[in-house]
Design a protein. Structure first.
Length: 120
């Protein structure tokens, strides 16, 4: 039994020392044009093409047909219809009565507000 405990102790020390070894991996920062972020959201369509909102603070959403549409500001969905802030970086929300309200007025998202990005 003592031999077994010594073996287990040695094994634990070996594993602990192994996990403490530094791992060197070169990491390249992601290219901003190919990554989604809170300031530049992106979505992939059914064919694997990536579309991002043109400006920072915009939105990328998918319509019922799977098309990617974008807007200058935030969007809120109500009964399958997107309502988006016309103002760049503007907010969108539903009122207590369930009506959409958007900074700069509400507008539907458009494909022309999206930018297609090459997926690596």
């Amino acid at each position: 039994m003592l031999l077994f405990l010594l073996f287990v102790g040695a094994l634990c020390a070996l594993v602990a020392g192994w996990r403490a070894l530094p791992i060197r991996a070169e990491q390249t920062p992601p290219r901003p044009e190919t990554t989604a972020s809170p300031t530049r959201p992106c979505l992939d369509d059914a064919l694997g093409r990536r579309y991002c909102a043109r400006g920072p603070g915009g939105s990328a959403v998918s319509d019922p047909l799977g098309r990617i549409l974008c807007a200058a500001g935030a969007c809120v969905e109500l009964e399958g219809v997107w309502h988006c802030a016309h103002q760049p970086r503007g907010g969108a929300d539903l009122t207590g009565e369930g009506r959409p309200v958007c900074e700069g007025g509400c507008a539907p998202p458009k494909s022309t507000e999206c930018e297609e990005i090459a997926v690596p």
